[in-house]
Write a new protein. Structure first.
Length: 530
């Protein structure tokens, strides 16, 4: 029995657990899209290729199966670069399938791009050939789901997609790669046993390895404070008495002080791709995990590279420190971080961004998911937001691309239809990908989309003003977010005070369809978080 290479590829996606593919069709992807349809896989249309990559990468993270997006040749491929790079720097499993022409000297070079373009920002880039497609697909999935995970770019020329092949025996395909063995933990155990005031800083490696429970066991065993990073938020419960706050952003002096008062810092899955500034800790570091263990940006005395969950479990089983921080140390750090970003009063008639975050936290259930776009609101939320559950605070801290908030929310709602989902974005990010409001309206995904309206790229504007520079290129004309969203047929609310905000959020989260909430904020509140 023969079938086309495109149909075989689609069958492999379905067999490996891919339920939907994201993207924009093009002339070079017609055969691929049709094969996907024939295999019963949903094609989820977005209005920008970067969005396709953002949502597919997050779906891959949440479902544990590489997300897949399909884009056309030429500008489709170049637009997808942001999605590929976000998955690379945020460590998300993703396959980006690029439609392509045949690359022969006698053929036109219209929209032809070199494979090296994708290879520069992906873990791997391959041009599929019908004769070897089984091996190539296996390799692509293994790479995308590696430790750490990441994106693979797959060029699929139409001439190869339509070729007939005899599929190999399914039993010989797609075997899971064995995870690495647990390394020698002696050096780490010796350092921990000699410590009297250890501390853990947990990074995105905890999230990519699903090692939150092992992290909690180690912290409880050592009795030491734990700080997280933005992409690790929730993997260590924020209500845990040992939680010290979120590191790797602004206004975290209390966490740095606690780390420098420690005689050992255990960097668990810490990846400096999340850092906004140089490592400021002078205490000895034991770095463990698959990423970050040998980075010059994270000077460590001991490096233990390997599967993070197994390393954490091994340390929790055998480590016994000589002492610990006072029981109040973590709570004091956490309190100082949050107190430092909150206004001393809330008497203004305008809406503080901190107030919006506070009302959203009150309205969103414990298992609800919030996604955060990049901007001043994110720098505030990573410090102010509290959650006890993994994968409930989703953001991009590697690439930190504006425009990820709504796609991440779509990914969360598609993965967990029964869980409430909210997204907080700025008006700058809103304008970048406003076309995705049509996607939201068409799919009717019940997402509460909060747009912080301040008519500025405020995160950069603050930096300009603090250097006594004029605000150049950071202010823009006011936009009527509610009217724009209404034009797409979406339910809208415009709020300007705490009471309005709370009511609108509760109604949006209870709705069976999407709602856009335009929050008319006073951006002065952002000064406290940057």
């Amino acid at each position: 029995m023969t079938l086309t290479a495109a149909r075989y590829f689609a069958q492999e996606l379905r067999r490996r657990g891919v339920r939907r593919v994201f993207g924009l069709p093009g002339t070079e992807t017609i055969e691929i899209v049709e094969a996907i349809r024939q295999e019963g896989i949903e094609f989820f249309l977005t209005h920008h290729e970067a969005t396709s990559g953002f949502v597919a990468g997050m779906v891959g993270s949440l479902e544990g199966v590489p997300g897949v997006c399909v884009v056309s040749a030429g500008p489709g491929a170049t637009n997808a670069i942001s999605g590929i790079t976000a998955a690379h720097l945020d460590r998300r499993p993703l396959l980006v399938v690029v439609g392509d022409h045949e690359h022969r000297p006698e053929l036109p070079t219209h929209q032809r791009l070199p494979l090296e373009l994708y290879a520069s920002v992906a873990r791997a880039a391959v041009s599929l050939e019908a004769a070897s497609i089984a091996e190539q697909v296996d390799a692509a999935f293994r790479t995308a789901t590696g430790d750490p995970p990441g994106p693979v770019a797959v060029s699929f020329p139409t001439a190869e997609a339509v070729k007939e092949i005899v599929p190999p025996d399914a039993s010989a395909r797609g075997r899971a790669a064995a995870r690495g063995a647990v390394p020698d933990l002696t050096a780490a155990l010796d350092a921990i046993r000699a410590s009297r005031r250890a501390m853990i800083v947990a990074g995105l490696g905890v999230a990519t390895s699903g090692a939150g429970d092992a992290l909690v066991r180690l912290a409880d065993r050592l009795g030491c404070p734990v700080a997280d990073t933005p992409q690790a938020k929730g993997w260590f419960p924020n209500s845990h008495p040992l939680f010290a706050g979120t590191y790797a952003t602004h206004r975290n002096a209390a966490i740095v002080d606690l780390a420098n008062a420690s005689d050992l810092v255990i960097a668990a899955g810490l990846d400096t791709v999340e850092f906004l500034r140089k490592w400021q800790v002078t205490s000895p570091v034991v770095a463990i995990g698959a990423v970050g263990t040998a980075e010059p940006a994270l000077p460590a005395r001991v490096h233990i590279e390997g599967p993070l969950r197994a390393i954490l479990e091994g340390l929790a089983a055998d480590a016994a420190p000589a002492g610990s921080h006072p029981a109040s140390a973590a709570a004091a750090s956490r309190s100082a971080v949050v107190k430092g970003i909150l206004p001393t009063s809330d008497h203004r008639s305008a809406l503080w961004p901190q107030t919006v975050v506070e009302e959203l936290r009150r309205a969103l259930p414990a298992d609800g998911v919030v996604t955060v776009d990049v901007g001043s609101h994110k720098l505030l939320m990573v410090l102010q937001w509290s959650t006890d559950l993994p994968n409930t605070f989703l953001n991009s801290s590697g690439l930190s691309s504006m425009g990820t908030g709504l796609p991440f929310a779509m990914a969360a709602k598609l993965t967990w239809p029964d869980r409430p989902v909210a997204s907080v974005i700025g008006d700058g990010g809103f304008l970048m990908y406003a076309g995705e409001l049509e996607t939201l309206a068409r799919t009717r995904l019940p997402i509460a989309l909060v747009v912080m309206n301040d008519a500025a790229l405020f995160s950069i504007k603050i930096k300009q003003v603090r250097r006594s520079y004029p605000a150049v290129g950071t202010d823009f004309g006011p936009i009527a977010v509610a009217e724009i969203a209404r034009g797409f047929g979406l339910r809208v609310e415009r709020v300007a005070d705490r009471a309005q905000c709370g009511r609108a959020l509760r109604a949006a989260l209870a709705s069976d369809g999407p709602t856009v909430i335009e929050a008319m904020i006073d951006p002065a509140g952002y000064e406290l978080s940057q």
